[in-house]
Design a protein around this ligand. Structure first.
Ligand code: CLF
Ligand code: SF4
Length: 492
């Protein structure tokens, strides 16, 4: 395993989350509103207790906590036009990616190995390839064994919904309180353009009849989950010209049936993936089209905007997949769970997090009071809610908008890492500048003069003046400077 070990003594004595995160992961080169987004106060305590450590259900939690997926359930009972069975389930994962398929026994070993090494781990998900509810025996065997080994890990599944109603009682019994259903339509005529067939009740259905059955089962499953208090997230794949406008209707239906979150994901369509849509030229939405639809959906079911369309074998914080460090060949045959790192990490997070919420509230007050315009800020971070990543090491930027409404997480923008082997790559910088279109300011822990100047020429200011501050604190101070408002004490 390539991850550096964290000494337990040092974990116990540390007070800085940033130091702790820095030791839990290898570094790089050395040269120079969303729905569930905000604070504990926004939720009733029972809900907050369920989501506060779940990186997908709480935007705030995704700065601190990690998920891992195990690909144990490869069989599927429907065909989606954006899926090629050679790859992972595109309902929850990035298309065109093949994950390491595991038996339940192998999955248990892997989860223990990750839990021993990744202190941020809080959730185990089964998210393809295939359908977790249809391939139920393997899903169930995996979850039951893990729940016995690691008592405080949250269990999470993603499903197309067709077999879901058959397993709700067991989900309740097994204490699985996070379920995602992919719902792309509530009108079977639109559904027939997305799903060529389903396999249900021992026979194959096609066309509108198939889509109608799928729709009815999805709605039934959602209602059953809501009735049992299971927090249900709905994923919808936005397919321009097929269901983009229709997702407004979908949002209404799922809100009425108690969905906790709605995650609208862009169709990723590439002929090389061999999917029906890829081969027939169906395009995915542009980033601004996705944002425009998400903005129109505000006020309906709460939106998730921080999804990374991760792999079915993803490991780690959402923006930072460490799956390659935990392939089966790197995991010992015999392994025992050791809870100490995760427990020590949680103690530190509990302290840091309340400090962060206070800082965030202060910064939001500044921004609201300023009544200035809108500021788009891209942040380089590796977790903990702080600006703690060098510009050259960033593989993504988290985008925030500051406006009189407050400070909101908008999206993330993936980039190629600029600095490799100690040198900045000129061609990569051009791609990063293109990805930062529309951004006013980049905040990072460190940036060299050369990339800073080139960004400036492209109209993007970049600064490391707020390095290691909380993200919102820095944005509040920036906003105050931009719009002529005095920052509150302790925020600059
Ligand atoms: Fe995994 Fe999905 Fe559970 Fe999260 S992912 S099964 S809810 S633990 Fe999260 Fe990944 Fe987006 Fe999914 S970022 S693709 S929403
Ligand atoms: Fe593919 Fe997932 Fe759709 Fe099944 S549910 S066809 S695995 S995208």
């Amino acid at each position: 395993m390539s991850t550096p070990m964290i000494s337990l003594e040092s974990l116990a004595s540390r007070t800085s989350l940033d130091q702790l995160l820095a030791t839990s992961k290898s570094g790089g080169c050395t040269s120079s509103s969303c729905g569930a987004s905000t604070n504990p106060d926004d939720f009733d305590q029972a809900i907050w207790a369920k989501i506060k450590n779940h990186p997908c259900y709480s935007e705030e939690a995704h700065h601190y906590f990690a998920r891992m997926h195990v690909a144990v359930a490869p069989a599927c009972n429907i065909q989606c036009n954006y899926c090629n069975r050679k790859y992972d389930c595109a309902n929850e994962s990035r298309p065109g990616v093949v994950s390491e398929k595991l038996t339940p026994d192998q999955a248990v070993r892997k989860v223990i190995a990750v839990a021993n090494e990744v202190p941020q781990l809080s959730v185990l998900g089964i998210a393809g390839p295939g359908d977790a509810c249809y391939d139920w025996t393997k899903t169930k065997a995996t979850f039951e064994r893990i729940a016995m080994e690691i008592h405080d890990i949250k269990l999470c599944i993603s499903t197309n919904g067709l077999a879901l109603p058959d397993h709700v009682a067991e989900l309740v019994e097994m204490n699985i309180d996070h379920v995602t259903i992919t719902i792309n339509m509530v009108d079977p005529e639109i559904g027939a353009r997305i799903y060529p067939w389903i396999y249900y009740d021992n026979r194959r259905y096609t066309g509108i009849e198939a889509a109608r059955i799928l729709h009815e089962r999805q709605m039934l499953g959602l209602e059953m989950l809501t009735a049992h208090g299971i927090l249900t997230k709905v994923n919808s794949v936005m397919i321009p010209g097929v269901n983009d406008e229709h997702l407004i209707e979908v949002n209404k239906w799922v809100k009425e049936r108690g969905a906790f979150l709605h995650n609208v994901m862009p169709l990723i369509s590439d002929p090389a993936h061999g999917t029906f849509y890829g081969l027939t030229g169906q395009r995915g939405p542009r980033a601004l089209e996705l944002k425009a639809l998400q903005d129109r959906l505000e006020g309906g079911a709460k939106l998730m905007r921080h999804c990374r369309q991760c792999r079915a074998d993803a490991v780690g914080l959402l923006g930072d997949d460490r799956g390659q460090e935990f392939t089966l060949d790197q995991i010992p045959g015999e392994i025992t769970y050791d809870a100490r790192k995760r427990e020590a990490y949680r103690e530190v997070v509990a302290r840091e997090r309340s400090d962060h919420v206070t800082a965030k509230n202060g910064a939001t007050e500044i921004v609201k009071a300023a009544r200035g315009g809108s500021l788009q800020v891209a942040v380089a971070t590796k977790g903990g809610g702080r600006i703690n990543e060098h510009f050259g090491h960033a593989k993504e930027f988290q985008v925030y908008e500051a406006s009189p409404k407050g400070i909101t997480y908008v999206a993330h923008r993936k980039v190629e890492q600029y600095c490799l082997g100690g040198e900045g790559e000129e061609a990569t910088l051009d791609g990063i500048i293109a990805a930062l279109e529309g951004i006013d300011v980049v905040l990072c822990a460190k940036i060299g003069e050369c990339p800073r100047n080139q960004l400036m020429e492209a109209g993007v200011r970049a600064t490391d003046a707020y390095g290691y501050d909380y993200i919102e604190t820095a944005i509040g101070a920036l906003y105050a400077a931009e719009f002529g408002v005095e920052p509150l004490a302790g925020t600059a």
